[in-house]
Structures are given as C-alpha cells and as structure tokens.
Design a protein around this ligand. Structure first.
Ligand code: ADP
Length: 546
C-alpha cells in the first residue's frame, strides 16, 4: 500500500498540521487474526495493541506512519520499523506529559521538526489558512449532553465499540486514548505557537497526561474501562475510576485480537441490566400469573426451577447440558414440570439465563447469569452483599445491595483457571468423583502448593505429585487453595464485603468452600439450592416482570 496517506494511532497526532500540508491521514484500527508478522520481528513482551499495529503495518505494506511517543509501545513500534528501513515516512512525535510554558515550547519545536520531515517526504508546504480551518473544525466537535455509556481506557477499535453498541441500550461515546478529540478554539496569532498549546490542552486528555485525567463525565450513565493485557496505565486508571465512580463500571481486558463473543456478551448484557436497574426501570408483579419458570443453560449443567405465584418452588431439575442448549433446556424444563405436576401450557413466563440463554428456544426472554445469581442469592440470603459464583466455565464475584440489585461485578477471563472445569479435569486425572474430591479436600495433613493455575500445567504438577506418592487429600487441598486464591483475588478486585454467599455447582465442593473461607477470613453461606441459584433468580425475575 504505497500512498501519500499518513497513518496514525494516537489522539495527540497533529492532524491539523497534516491537513495544513495537504497530506491525507487515516487512523489505524487493527484487529488482526494473528500476530504472525509482528512476532517475527518484535520482542514477545510487546503488548497486544503494539503487536496489532505492527501486524497491520507489515501485513498491509503501509509505508507512512506518524507515531506519538505518549506510550512506550509506540516507541517500540518505531524502533522495529526504523530497524527494518522500509518506511517511506516514519516519524516519532515527542509528547510532554505536562502543559506548562516549557512543555508548550518543546512541542512547538517538535511541530517544526515534523513540518520539515513532511516537506522532505512529500514535497509540500504548509498552508496556514488550511491548518487553521482544520483546527477550527476540530474545536467544533461536541460532547454528548444526554445519558450515554462512556468507553474509556486503551484503544478498543470498531469491533469493541460496535459490540458495545449492539448489546447496550444507550448511545456509546468513544473516550479511549484514540477516541474523542476536541481542541480549544484558535485564538489567532502565529500558527505554531497557538497550535502547540491547543494540541497539548485538548479536552479529553489521555491517561499519560499528568493533568485533568479521568475527569468525571456528568452524562455518563455507565463507564466501560478498556485495558490491553500488559498496559499498566489503564490498569491504574481503572483503579482510580473504581474508587471514585458513582455509576456502574465495567472493566474489559482484551489482547487486541478478535473478541471472544460469549463472555464479553454476558458482561455487557449484565452491565446494561445494571444501568437499567439503576435507572429505575419499574417492575411490578402481575397477580394473574399462575406459574413461572427459570432455566439456567450452563456450560456443564442445565437447571430449571418452577415457582408458583407466591414465589414457592414447586419443581426443579439439574441435568447435564449435553450436546445443545435447546435440547438441554427442554429436558430440564420437562423434568422440573413433571416434578411440579404441570405442563408447559401452565407456565405464564419463562426466563432463560446462563451461557446458552439466547438459544434455548423455549424461553420468553433472557437475562444474564450475573443479574439472576444476584436475584437468587438475595432470595436465599437477604443479608448477602457479595455473591461468589463458580460454575463450569466462569467464576464471578458480584456485589449486591440490600434489594439484591447488582452494584458491580467481575468475572474471570477466557481461560478455565479457577473454575469447575479446572476441578473436573483434576478429578479425572486423579480418578475421583466430584463428591469424593469435595470430601477428601477437608482431610489433608500437609500443605502442597500447586503453583500453576493453567489447567494444562497444573495437570502435570498433579501427575508428578501422584508419582511422588503425595497423599491424594493433600493434592486436593492444594488444588482447592489454588482455586480459592484465584477467586479471592477477584473478591479483592471488586472490593467484596460480608456477608458472603456462594452459588454455582462448585459451592457443593466443601473443600473449596473451606479454603475460600480460610483465605477470606469470613464465613460463606451455602444453600442447598446453590447450583439452582441462577435458575431460581431467572424464575423470580419472570415473576417480577410478569
Ligand atoms: P454451569 O452453570 O457452567 O453449567 P454449574 O454451576 O452447574 O456450571 O457448576 C458446574 C460445576 O460444579 C462442575 O464443573 C463441578 O466442578 C461442580 N460440581 C457439580 N456437582 C458437584 C458435586 N456434587 N460436588 C462438587 N462439585 C460439583
């Protein structure tokens, strides 16, 4: 791709200067399927975003790139590309992180250096009136003055932005480090002098700036903080937000490769439900209702609960999900209906939840397992304020208020570490049933540390411990403590507080519950209905919504 277009990534790129030179510019929005090219020339510790930019440049043969050194990864990209020596135009614009007189004069010099480089590379001259016109246009960009969802943090790109737009019910504003950009109006005078200050003092500074960062947005009804794996800055920014935010907050971490749908959708749907609930979306019981059902279509089991109009449970079932969400849901529902002595036509509302909630085929509506576990947990233990839900493939920690509404939640990322699947695989390796594993975890003698939470590595550790004749009880306790450690870090991340309730299938594992209690230093309430809690919450929501 040899054109005169200069590609860029950062919102501090002097786009108005490029316009003044008549050089077209375009922002890169990389979402590569792999890092094949980037991995062949860059150090492995480059963050996903850095690799994605490199991949795009190398794969598409881009030969003009203007980088800003506001984040370290841009310097690394510059070094790699400079070393390759194949770029027609490659420039690293140096950006100060404060905005006093010294910094403004520094950036003015930098603008002149860039101008000389543009003249040399493209043989054009700056037309000040064109640059001023572009600057004026950039000063006209309007902020949203209506309730919206603010996406902040690291570059998320079109894919993330569109996914958020699809799954949420409010407009979405891109406030990431490559997003919204508004400069102060030109005040006349010499172009370079005024523009240097304006570029530095733009309205929505990025996290690297040491002033006015992460200002509050009075119209944000919810904030999504996007971080890229290994990006420290936005990790800190999220922490700051978490301490100060009065609106629902969601952290999404990606590695700049195509997004994995399931978990991201659950997080976004739950976030949207929380915003709606806090916006006071009314619910009122419909007294003509006779019976309702909740179906939790999970990765491991499909659970169904039937309630009468008073909220009494009159039937339930927990069955393996099997091959498909639809057939699993129908079987679990039929089994719960049979126990209640009812048929499908007796049900006035069915709410689905769980991983397969959108494909059960028998339900009227779907609600995320976050909201359903919160609702079910509040029903089982009204004083609960933190719900720990560990199922087959996800582990979640949910903070709830005195009404059972979700305040905030965190969820494990893609891998199975610390989930039921991890324990299932270890039980299989040790040739034990889940009930045996649950019991044996209570009768250990010596501490055994399982250092890896990666399922594959942990399995090798377990195999070598077995080979060393380590008692099975000690190995299981080591596994329980590893799961508990991973879960407690989620609890701390969320700022969980007593009283605690545990839900999901892993709540039946007594060894894990004990290990969690030990690490938390708090008692955890576990109901007989722990595994049914999601389905129970869904049925209660069906009852609420009529
Ligand atoms: P999902 O909702 O993803 O289907 P569940 O909430 O049903 O997950 O939890 C499934 C997990 O519960 C299993 O992976 C297993 O580790 C655990 N589990 C199920 N039954 C038992 C049991 N009797 N004892 C201990 N653990 C159990």
């Amino acid at each position: 791709m040899t054109t005169d277009t200069v590609y860029y990534v950062c919102k501090y790129t002097p786009l108005e200067l490029l316009d003044g030179f008549g050089v077209p510019s375009e922002r890169l929005d990389p979402a590569p399927a792999s890092f094949e090219c980037a991995d062949s020339c860059a150090h492995p510790n480059l963050c996903g975003y850095g690799k994605a930019v490199l991949e795009e440049v190398l794969e598409k043969g881009i030969d003009s790139l203007l980088l800003v050194d506001c984040c370290d990864v841009c310097r690394r990209i510059y070094d790699v590309l400079l070393d390759q020596g194949r770029m027609k135009f490659l420039f690293l614009f140096s950006l100060p992180h404060k905005c006093g007189n010294a910094e403004v004069s520094l950036i003015r010099k930098e603008l002149r250096r860039l101008s000389e480089a543009l003249e040399r590379a493209f043989g054009c001259r700056l037309k000040e009136e064109r640059a001023f016109a572009s600057w004026h246009k950039s000063a006209q960009a309007e902020d949203r003055k209506e309730p919206h969802i603010l996406l902040t943090g690291a570059h998320g790109g079109k894919v993330l932005l569109n996914t958020i737009r699809e799954r949420t019910s409010l407009p979405v504003t891109d406030g990431t480090c490559t997003g919204s950009r508004r400069l102060p109006e030109p005040a006349g005078g010499e172009f370079y002098a005024g523009y240097a200050g304006a570029l530095l003092k733009q309205e929505h500074p990025c996290m690297r700036m040491l002033f006015r960062r992460e200002e509050s947005d009075p119209y944000a009804a919810g904030i999504i903080c996007h971080t890229v794996k290994f990006c420290d800055y936005y990790g800190f920014a999220y922490r700051q937000r978490r301490e100060n935010s009065e609106v629902p907050l969601l952290k999404i971490e990606t590695d700049s490769t195509p997004l994995s749908g399931g978990q991201l959708h659950t997080r976004l749907d739950a976030f949207n439900e929380t915003i709606q609930a806090q916006g006071g979306i009314a619910s009122g019981r419909n007294h003509r209702i006779r019976y309702v059902a909740g179906v939790d279509s999970g990765s491991s089991s499909t659970d169904a609960v039937i309630l009468d109009r008073e909220g009494r449970m009159i039937g339930s079932a927990v069955l393996p999900t099997g091959k498909g969400a639809a057939s699993g849901a129908r079987k679990a529902l039929d089994s719960a209906l049979a126990r209640a002595g009812l048929s499908l036509s007796d049900l006035d509302a069915i709410v689905a939840t769980g991983y397969g909630r959108e494909t059960t085929g028998v339900c009227d509506t779907s609600v995320t397992e976050i909201t359903c576990h919160a609702r079910g947990a509040h029903f089982l233990s009204p004083e609960a304020r933190t719900v720990i839900d560990i199922g087959g493939q996800d582990s979640k920690v949910i903070r709830i208020d005195e009404t059972g509404a979700v305040i905030n939640f965190v969820m494990n990322d893609k891998c199975a570490a610390g989930t039921g699947r991890f324990l299932d695989m270890m039980a299989r390796t040790m040739e034990l049933s889940l009930s045996q594993m649950s019991e044996m975890g209570l009768h250990w003698q010596n501490e055994v540390a399982i250092s890896s939470m990666c399922t594959v590595f942990a399995e090798s550790e377990v195999v070598s411990l077995i080979a060393q004749n380590t008692p099975a009880e000690d190995i299981i306790h080591g596994l329980d403590m590893a799961v508990a450690g991973k879960t407690v870090s989620l609890v701390h991340r969320l700022g969980g507080e007593p009283s605690y309730i545990m839900t999901g299938g892993v709540a039946q594992n007594r060894g894990v519950v004990k290990a969690l209690e030990e690490k938390l230093g708090e008692q955890i309430f576990v109901s007989d209905m722990a595994q049914l809690c999601g389905a129970l919450g869904a049925a209660l929501i069906a009852l609420d919504r009529g």
